[in-house]
Ligand binder design. Sequence first.
Ligand SMILES: [Zn+2]
Length: 292
Amino acid sequence: MTKDDIHLQKILESKEFQDTMKLDKLSELSNKEIKNFIETTPLYTWKEFKKTNRTSLQIDEIDSFCKTCDQIRPFHDMRPRGSGAGMAIQPLSSGTTNFYFTCVSCKKEYLLCNVEQVIDNQTIKIQKFGELPRKAIDRDKLLKKFFSNDSDNYEKAVVCLSHGYGVAAFAYFRRIIENNIIKLLDMIQEDSSSLANSQEIKEALDNLRKESPMSNKIEIANNALPEYLKPDGLNPLGRLYKILSEGVHNLNDQECLSRANIVQECLKFLISELSTRKTNSDRFKKLVGSLN
Ligand SMILES: [Zn+2]
């Protein structure tokens, strides 16, 4: 190694350099990020952002499910605010912030949440430490039905997901896909049996059922789905196999959490598309079949 190489290596290993690299990856704390954080992040999960010159975390609006209106509605912060006249504007400091939003339609339902913020020179970290009403755990009806033989693991997976326990949620979801992937392949096959390229799809599905390395399966999965199950060319089945191919060991909680969410979204998409089509075609056959 030359002197220059050693010097370069020292820079790359220095704490300052590492910090700058980390900072580059963070997004700025915007109103949109705060809204997303309040709407989706579980309790006691830290999120880190690049510091900006904002003076508070308060935002005016979020979207949330209103149980009185029985749909997603905007919720606004309707608390009266002082004019602030004559007060010096203080930069945001470490401490806590409390949010209070009310449904704009019924003005009855509310969402209250407490957030702790920790601020240093360049970053700001936030976590929720309280929330009312208690968030209902998102149990998808179709998924619940699909996993009826595996309801124990599915229940554990969604509970871990709602608490932000990423490693555990990911492990449970991997287990459920392993146990149920054949059932999913059967549903796809049944659905695609009437398509022009059904033979090609059947062959790909048969290959997926065989014992073979995961890396092959990720590629094969692309041919195993009809076009309407690949929105914008995104292949949800391939994503599921890709995730099965990855171990939990090298991933941190946050990375596992995002993969667990991907698993859930891919499954939701596939199962809801397949069962809607099945319901529609059954209804059609029943109706039209009886009209001869
Ligand atoms: Zn409402």
